[in-house]
Structure formats: C-alpha cells, structure tokens
Design a protein around this ligand. Structure first.
Ligand SMILES: [Cu+2]
Length: 452
C-alpha cells in the first residue's frame, strides 16, 4: 500500500537545502483557529489590506479578513464551530470596493444591514454588514467574499470553517468510522504576484484574468519552508497558520484538504494511502448510519478549486518487511512486548489467521510478524550517502545514529519523515526558486515522544 514516487532523489535535495535555511520545526497545535462561545459564537471581521511574505524574500500586498480589529490575515481566521451553532459574523470594510461573505454548505444564511450586491449582501466602502447562519452539518467548509471574486479571492478574502459533529469532537462526522487521533488542515492556494502589484500600484484596470499565472503555491497561507515554522511566528504576522503534521504509528490522522485557488493540486501524501471519507462537508455514505462506506483509497488527493476533502491517513509500519524498531533496541519505553507473540498472518490482513486478533503491539504498535526481521537490503556506507536535515542517522524508529556534524537537526526524535507535497512539480518553487511552494513534512513520531 505504499507508494514511492520518482521524485525521491529530488526530495533529498530539498531536505539538504532546507537545512541551509536554518529551520527549526517546532511543535504547535493541530488546527489553529477561533471557536467563539458555542452555541452562539460571534465574530467581528474587518476587511483590510496588509502585506504577506514569501519564503524566498518576496513581500506582496493582500486583502484579508482581520479578527477583532487585528491585522489582516492570509487566510482569514479558521472558524472552529460545533454542529448546531448559530453563528454571527459582523464584517467591517476598510477597502476601496464592496466586500462580503458567502458560506457554501451552511443553512439559514441571513444578512443584516449592508447593501445588495450581484452575488451577496455586501459591506459597502466604509460600511458594515452582519451575517448569521446555522452550522447544521459537521465537516470541512470554506467561506469567501462573494464580491468581485475574480479579484478578491486572489487577494486573500477567504477562510476555512470546521464544524465538529454533535457526537464527538474526535470524529469528523457523526459516525465512529470517521474518528481521528490528530487532525491537520491543508488549505491550498496560489498567488499571481502581478495581480497584487497592479493593485498596490493602483492600476487594477491592467489586470488580465486570461493571463492569470500563479508563481507561488501555499499551504495554510505560507510557502515552504515557512509552513514548517511555528504557528503564530512573529516574523509572519499576517500568516499565522503553519502545517506540520505529526502522528504515532497506528494512529489515525484526519487530513482536511481545502482548495481556494484556481488550479487543481494533486496533494501527494508519501508513506501510505489515505481513505477519502467526505467531500464538501458530506460523508461518502450510501445510506444514513452506514458511515463512509463509499470512501475511496488513494496515494494522492486531487484537490479541486472550491472543494473540501476529508481523508483518514494511517501508518503502522506493516508491509515494511522489517522490524521498524530494530532488534537491538534498549529504550524501555519502546520495549518489544510482542517478542514472544506469534501472529500468523498469511493473508496479510494485519490479524491473526486463527484468532482474528490484531497483530500489533499495544504500546509500540509494532507489526508483530515483522519482529526481529532485519532490513532486507544492504544499507549504504555513510560516505556514499547524501544526508538531510530529517535523517536521524538510524533506520529504526526512535533511535538516533551517528551523523556528520550539522546533519539531522530537524529530527532529534528518531522520527520517520515523509514529504507531503503537490505532485505538480513546478509548485515546489517560490517564484521559480527551488525548493519551496506547496510541501510539508509528516513526522511519524516514536510512541515515547508526545504529539503536541
Ligand atoms: Cu513525491
């Protein structure tokens, strides 16, 4: 079930170059956002102009929604709601043209005040409008400006809404098959700097939408490697969100994938397949109560403009064909308690052929039939290897090995790291400078290292 893509050699280059940036991958919360006071959360947005940064040193004017009189942010505040919440958002407009908010997938949307526009009731220049809606269904949603969208979406007037199901905050939907241990947002957008420069210079009339050509690709509002930096980093004051997925073997990671650009992005998650359980905030279910039984597995999520996709990613080490902890492990926190367990699994379904019990160690989640199995290839000598910032020096989870000075600085835990990225390879650049763009790193952490 694992996929190895042809770009793996290039990935090595990315890792090595990223080290030069002096990154320190710090732990942050899973999905950052604002919750408000359920069941009647109230938010105040102000549409205003500010500047965002790109990782190669660019700086561009953008328009964003600011929360409570703060600075505009790209993307707008992620709203984390509970199913059934009745939400009120008051929007003030400081821009030179009308702005608005639309809420696809939400029910009972009512606008108070403002002025009618072609697509939505708007906050006029210098004016305000209030919107109320009910978050009746759980799932992953967008909000965006419904005014002059061909410009205002490019400029940054959009955001994400997460609605938690009534049954459990650790499920994506009201069915236990959508449960997760960790969740991460992957909001995919692009930036065509020509548009932003024309707006900055007051020559909007020069914008040619038939010549739209992004040269930046962002996850959660940042180009790589900025997306690996901490959320709320002081040097990115208008781009508060990061993207650094982490999990333990055997856990379930919910990917909330959202596309608010104009291009399709094939989000390729190395390490294993993921199961798509929902699109556009609706579970892929055949009948009520059946759960995501119409879900499909794949190694790339084709993310379409305006669409949201929810997927469950799992990684256990099964099918690696070797003991991921190594047979010489001495750390008691990673003790091999299934060393005396036999778990015949001829049909490779992860369960004992006789008893049907799962073949995984309770603590380490080791796949017991692989216990003590050696790595089935000859590992290269160190002088034949190009190192990267994420290589711990050991092929075993939770162990560190000898490394040349300066190497391995982004993996002090002995984690297994997988690059997750757009498989449109040009999107791994920042204004034509490689590496950058739409990429991040998944950390598979050993069981004795907590996921923040
Ligand atoms: Cu790849």
């Amino acid at each position: 079930m694992r996929h190895v893509c042809a770009g793996v050699a290039r990935h090595g280059t990315i890792l090595a170059v990223a080290l030069l940036f002096g990154l320190l991958a710090e732990a942050t919360a899973a999905i950052d956002g604002v919750t408000g006071a359920s069941p009647n959360p109230q938010f105040t947005f102000t549409a205003r102009a500010d500047y965002l940064s790109t990782a190669e040193g660019g700086s561009y004017l953008f328009w964003g929604y600011a929360l409570d009189g703060g600075r505009a942010q790209y993307p707008g505040p992620t709203l984390i709601l509970n199913q059934g919440d009745t939400v009120t958002i008051t929007l003030h407009n400081t821009l030179d043209e009308p702005v608005s908010l639309v809420f696809p997938g939400q029910t009972g949307v009512v606008a108070t005040g403002g002025a009618p526009g072609p697509l939505a009731v708007e906050a006029p220049v210098g004016g305000s409008v209030a919107y109320t809606f009910t978050a009746s269904q759980p799932g992953t949603y967008i909000y965006q400006s419904g005014s002059h969208p061909e410009l205002q979406l490019e400029m940054g007037l959009f955001g994400v809404i997460v609605v938690r199901p009534a049954t459990s905050p650790k499920q994506a939907y009201n069915h236990p098959d959508t449960r997760f241990d960790h969740e991460y947002l992957f909001l995919l957008t692009g930036i065509d700097p020509t548009v932003h420069d024309y707006v900055a210079f007051g020559v909007q009339q020069l914008i040619d939408n038939t010549a739209h050509r992004p040269v930046y690709w962002l996850i959660n509002g940042r180009t790589a490697p900025d997306d690996l930096s901490p959320a709320g980093a002081a040097w990115l004051p208008t781009q508060p969100y990061n993207c650094l997925p982490m999990m333990h073997p055997g856990e379930r990671l919910l990917m909330r994938v959202v596309n608010l650009g104009r291009e399709i992005h094939p989000l390729h998650h190395h390490g294993n397949h993921a199961r798509i359980i929902a699109r556009d905030g609706r579970m892929l279910a055949s009948t009520p109560g059946s759960g995501p039984d119409l879900g499909t597995e794949g190694f790339t999520i084709l993310s379409i403009p305006g669409q949201t996709v929810d997927a469950i990613f799992q990684w256990t080490g099964k099918d690696m064909g070797w003991d991921i902890y190594g047979s010489s492990l001495t750390d008691p926190a990673l003790a091999h308690t299934c060393s005396s367990v036999t778990c015949p699994d001829a049909n490779n379904d992860g369960r004992d052929d006789g008893t049907g019990e799962a073949c995984y160690d309770d603590t380490t989640h080791e796949y017991c039939p692989d216990h003590d199995k050696p790595i089935p290839v000859l590992l290269p000598e160190k002088q034949d290897v190009t190192f990267g910032a994420w290589w711990s020096g050991s092929p075993y989870l939770g162990q560190l090995g000898g490394l040349p000075p300066g190497e391995g600085g982004l993996n002090p835990f002995g984690a297994f790291n997988f690059m997750w990225h757009s498989h449109t390879e040009k999107e791994l650049t920042n204004n034509n400078i490689f590496p950058g763009g739409m990429l991040t790193i998944l950390y598979i952490l050993p069981p004795n290292v907590p996921v923040p």
